[in-house]
Ligand binder design. Sequence first.
Ligand SMILES: [Zn+2]
Length: 704
Amino acid sequence: MSNLLENNAYRILGLDTTASQKEILRRYKEIINRLEISDQPVYELDIDLPKNFRNEVSVKNGLKELQSAKGNIREYFFWFQSSNGNDKKALKFLIENKPTKAIQIWKDLSGGNTVSSLLYKKNLAILYCLILLKDDNSKYLKDSLSIWKEIIDSEKFWDTFSKSYSTQNEQTISEENVSRFKESVAEELSDIYADLGQRHKNNNYVRNFQEVFGTHGKKTEKDVMQPIYDEISTKVEQLKKIKITEEGGKDSNTTRIIKCENCGFVGPDDGFWGYDDNSIICDKCYQKIGEQWTEKVDKKLQKLGIDEDKRKWYATILKIDEIIRDIEKDLSKLRKTGLYDQPASKVVRDRVAEVIRERSVELHNFGALYDDADRLIRVAAKISGTESYKSGLRADKAKIQQTMEEDTKNLLTVEISGFFSSKYVEFKPRFVEYDGLKILYKDATEISLSGIRSNFSTTYTFVVVSNSSQISFSFSNNDIWGKLSGLSEQRIIPVIIKKICDQIFDDDETISIGGLQLSKKGYSRQKFLGGTDDVSWEDKIYIPRFSQGNVVVYKDRDGRGSQFEIIPMSTLNAVILPGLLKECVERAYSKGIYTPKNNLSQAQSTSGTSQMNSEEYYEKIDRAERPRLLREFLDNGGKKLTETEINALLLLRTNGSNYVHVDSQILGQLVEKGYLKREGGFTSTYVIQAKGYKILNWVLYKYK
Ligand SMILES: [Zn+2]
């Protein structure tokens, strides 16, 4: 996302607004020449520039804006104006990274209603907004809004502004240009604040903006817009209450009217039966015609081409569509009254787009329902109001398209030649099908991939097992082998690893793979002459390797990995061992069973550093780290974490950027508090910030 302030053309060119067209052009050429030789120029006013901010495209666009009469005035308005020694002094503090001193100067000078004080005020408001790009600060938010409001409403300011604009700028100034800009400036500002609010996931930006700039008190606002906004709000809340998970859809709305579709009975909602097509019948009708109703629904869904594996989400998708249709009716009322593009309406439209986007992300991530995700994101893009938000959604759309394309590419149909006839294996987005048998990837419990070499060729065998069925076939094409192992790595093996880790660490079970037993404590094997040989998760763990049709598991002996157990790859789940051991170490660590240390190694590693036991380790942390960590924990911007948030951070650390199991609201809170950073658009990776890691170390210590 971007906004006028962040991507201001003067900022891109490293100039203040006193620069002449000649200087602008000279600076442009200079930057382009230096970029060509990969030399990133740095200028005085470069304060906290975003990454890759200055590139060929942004510099060209910047120049273009400044050369157009309409763009020029916008860029000029939303950037620092260095009119005299005082401004220079303030800007110098900014360059020295002392923003509070710069604020003080402009603040001291902006008392009263003199011509120069109004221009200082504008600089001050711009500085506040630049700081808000980075830091969520409620005082700066309020102060900046009241300044903007004051100067925009001041005739004196516009007089001064248009005079200084025409003297400092050779653009032919028409009064008309200035007055047209004056009309649109509130809208430009509303975009900036909507963008800031989204960055910090903080509704106060929009709310405060509306309070200050809203046409509050005016007739239209009160009589026309507000009732429509309220209606939309109610529906947005309904959409929020629908949650989509791997298990299907859940609608926790209590206010929806429930009516029997067979007899029309409306009553308390505990006597009703819901069906996969979103139809509902009352208990009386269910007793009478329940079975026929089921058949009818089955037939209907079949006709619509709803796969069995899509059914559990289908009713929810229908509900979402129904609510969106209602919202669209409200939006068309706004359109009819000509209020659709009012700043306040745009903000409301962004809110609608955001909840639709959330549902789309869920359909994409949990259900692999790419078509529906794509459809919803398009709806969201159409509804969204501000340009900055629209561009975010465009990125989302592209991301979904990419997933869909990759998915079709990854789809695989393999012909398995038989004695009498051929059979086909098909890998679909959510399941594998062979010879009339179907296994959903998420139901897989065991897998094997192996090859037997004879004199002339290799025969490969693929087996995947679920609780209710098994698919198994052989083939000899090496390319198919490559594709199959890729698909398994992506879709099947992670599922099985997660299940087995849950069994081991949550249910305290012991799991056997070949001759290897895995438990909460570690892994072990039976010794030839009785007794067991054990490896603890606390030991140095070597990642198993594939070698000559076997999986080799290691044990640490004097800092070297020595062979511990050899399991044929044809053994069920042998091929998941490398990933499984990695995950087990992570789980043992995150559950606080063992201390954090770098105990994952490649088999060749010969590192012989002596290892401390856990008590020594914690003692060491206690002495060296505890005071510092505790201090940071307590004064980390005054932002304490709740138990839930701490658990979410721990989970995120275990699962890397996979935030699937964490509620999006919690993620938002963590971003707001600065423990997490959001990267990218759609599948949204979240990264734990440095200070988040510090907290986790401290928490692990405390809970031990
Ligand atoms: Zn009924």
